[in-house]
Design a protein around this ligand. Structure first.
Ligand code: NAD
Length: 443
């Protein structure tokens, strides 16, 4: 292919005079935010991409970013406008796939980063998807159930021009759940005139959802966590675990680690931080959170000031809340030997370097929390074939995929002497860019 081989390495950085050398404005902003962090992660991997590095600029730009106005009538009769996003970062390997987040701090650049990490994650576990993400800038706790439904439906209708079972398939993320997926599925289906269960995953079981999906991300965190622990001679059955975020991901991961004998000594969520040296009773804590909405107020624990969470003496730390929690300011204080990233983007690059220098093993988000999208993939396959698998079958397939992906990443990390994050990016970026190269540039 003479045209391709004549391109210099990372050639897309060499702008043609007819093209503006400057990046679009939305790609310039936010150097210290999640998108800036993602770009630094890409820069670190480019030297390992060989001839595929010539396509690297593909990874630095989202394929498509849609901003939508979401007006709804509030219960008091007034109209409120919310800003919504759907970003498809890359679709070289298949349709876009990634969750929808409802949070008051959601921004376009955050959604771009989350979409990009989905591209990496889906390629890392080798499910046939590109990467996408969506969100609405809203605190859903301020809405009534009816307002939440109207907002979800209007948002779905607005992004309906780019989503679909073979185009881009949303799923739950922070503050979105099975009910919201049911409304999204129904809205899309109403607009299409046909029931399309495969347009979203993470649906209720009675609407084409998959057994095992609710626990899948936490189960994946646990599965690869055990694998990583084995490599550093860390015994799970005696390990002390600290968890930030006690929702879908953190709650399930804590439950599985506790079932394996580990002591969950500290948990932090948006409401506060609790500690118990002998180990928290995780099933009781889950019941408390289901009733109270937060770990705060749990009777069988001490209360810690939030900042002290990072000083807790533990063997395993699981950030499972939001981005940029482990920073240069607290990475030096972390006492764990293993950090398993349940959340997306919880560690800044500076903190990554500090943890590496201190010998703390970081199991990155792009593999550690890939269990959710893996079972979402199973759900989508089951919806298309209208044939549903048992929970045992699903968990067995999930564990196999997670273990295989971990083993491949571990080997690349050893071969190149790089962190597990860079190794995961090497595996994933090669898959994405190889697909890119095979497809060629249209037109
Ligand atoms: P969730 O809404 O179920 O739970 C979020 C948790 O984070 C809650 O316990 C909340 O109290 C806590 N939290 C929020 N703000 C906090 C703060 N400032 N400090 C401490 N805790 C805070 O969300 P989830 O689905 O568990 O997602 C958590 C993370 O995992 C996100 O980064 C998400 O992108 C990522 N993730 C989720 C899935 C999934 O399948 N749900 C898959 C992959 C990655």
């Amino acid at each position: 292919m003479p045209m391709l081989s004549s391109l210099p390495a990372d050639s897309s950085r060499t702008a043609h005079p007819a093209a503006s050398a400057a990046l679009p404005s939305y790609l310039q902003a936010d150097k210290l935010g999640p998108w800036g962090i993602y770009l630094q992660q890409v820069d670190r991997v480019v030297p390992y991409l060989g001839h595929l590095a010539r396509w690297a600029e593909t990874l630095r730009r989202p394929k498509r970013a849609l901003i939508v106005d979401v007006p709804i009538q509030l219960d008091n009769g007034t109209v409120a406008h919310f800003e919504g996003y759907r970003v498809q970062h890359n679709t070289s390997r298949g349709p876009g796939k990634g969750g929808v987040r409802f949070h008051q701090d959601v921004t376009l650049s955050e959604v771009m980063a989350l979409a990009a990490w989905m591209s990496i994650k889906n390629a890392a576990v080798n499910v046939p998807y590109g990467g996408a993400k969506g969100g609405i800038r809203v605190d859903p706790k301020t809405l009534s159930l009816g307002e939440l439904e109207r907002m979800t439906r209007r948002y779905t209708s607005e992004i309906g021009i780019i989503i679909g079972p073979t185009k881009d398939i949303p799923a739950p993320d922070v503050n979105t759940n099975e009910q919201i997926m049911a409304w999204m599925m129904d809205t899309y289906s109403m607009n299409e005139g046909a029931t399309a269960t495969g347009v979203v995953t993470g649906k209720p079981i009675d609407l084409g959802g998959s057994l095992g999906r609710r626990d899948a991300t936490g189960r994946g965190v646990y599965t690869v966590g055990v694998e990583a622990a084995r490599h550093i001679d860390l015994d799970i059955s005696t390990a002390r675990v600290a968890v930030q975020g006690f929702g879908n991901v953190g709650g399930v991961a804590a439950r599985l680690f506790a079932q394996a004998g580990a002591r969950v000594v500290a948990v932090q969520d948006h409401g506060g931080t609790i500690y118990r040296q002998a180990g928290l009773d995780v099933p009781s804590l889950l019941a408390h959170v289901a009733a109270a909405g937060t770990v705060a107020g749990f009777a069988q624990a001490e209360v810690l000031p939030d900042a002290q969470f990072w000083d807790v003496d533990c063997d395993i730390l699981i950030p499972a809340a939001l981005e940029q929690q482990i920073t240069a300011a607290n990475a030096g204080r972390i006492r764990a030997r293993l950090v398993i990233e349940g959340a997306n983007g919880p560690t800044t690059p500076e903190a990554d370097d500090i943890l590496q220098d201190r010998g703390v093993l970081v199991l990155p988000d792009v593999i550690a929390n890939a269990g959710g999208v893996t079972v979402s993939y199973f759900e989508w396959v089951q919806d298309f074939s209208s044939f549903f698998w048992s929970e045992d079958e699903i968990n067995a397939r999930l564990v196999r995929i997670m273990k295989e992906a971990f083993a491949g990443v571990w080997e690349v990390a050893q071969d190149h002497g790089v962190t597990l994050r860079t190794a995961t990016f090497i595996v994933a970026c090669k898959r994405i860019l190889h697909a890119r190269e095979l497809r060629g540039l249209y037109p």
